[in-house]
Design a binder for this molecule. Structure first.
Ligand code: FMN
Length: 163
């Protein structure tokens, strides 16, 4: 069992956080500099009424100034088998052809994603080396049959079949 004291070790902290399984999303936006997309697993639903979501973006990410300029962003929840898209938008280019963008409510999105949220920026919270951006969702789309891409312990995985 890891003790509280060792939580202060950066690598241990990162590894412990990686033990929390998540889905994988691609955050995207459109501003004067063009379209931009970034892989992120720090995504959560915040409020049902009004419909709010949150993402956490590194202060160094090129996404941050672009998203601020746009005042809006989209979240595409990746489906099983979309590992190449996840790596591609995490700065490790994997796709040979053009990025598989479609458009929803005026923003680029991953066309075949499991679900897609489009939001206006509601507020920001500075948090250490990241910025938490809260968005007010005004458009969405979802495929109820889609199986999710999962991220756990630094690896991509699929959910086992559930009865
Ligand atoms: C599975 C996965 C999840 C990630 N989640 C986040 C995240 O939630 N927030 C973040 O700022 N970066 C995250 N990253 C890292 C960014 O995708 C990466 O730094 C990206 O190159 C930043 O793009 P940009 O600087 O062009 O905007 C994640 C990377 C991977 C592979």
């Amino acid at each position: 069992m890891t003790t509280m004291a060792s939580v202060l070790d950066a690598r241990e902290f990162r590894n412990a956080c990686g033990g929390f399984s998540t889905g994988v999303t691609v955050i995207s936006t459109r501003c004067g500099q063009g379209d931009h997309a970034m892989t992120a697993n720090a995504f959560m639903s915040i409020s049902l009424d009004p419909p709010l979501i949150a993402i956490s973006i590194a202060g160094t990410a090129r996404m941050l100034p672009r998203l601020r300029a746009a005042g809006a962003f989209a979240v595409s929840v990746l489906r099983e088998g979309m590992e190449d898209i996840a790596w591609h938008f995490a700065g490790r280019p994997r796709l040979d052809g053009p990025a598989p963008f479609a458009e929803l409510a005026g923003l680029p999105v991953i066309g075949d994603a499991a679900s897609i949220f489009v939001a206006d920026v509601h507020s920001e919270v500075a948090a250490g080396d990241h910025v938490i951006v809260i968005g007010h969702v005004h458009s969405m789309r979802r495929d109820p049959q889609a199986r999710p891409l999962v991220f756990h312990g630094g690896r991509f995985a699929s959910l086992p079949e559930v009865a």
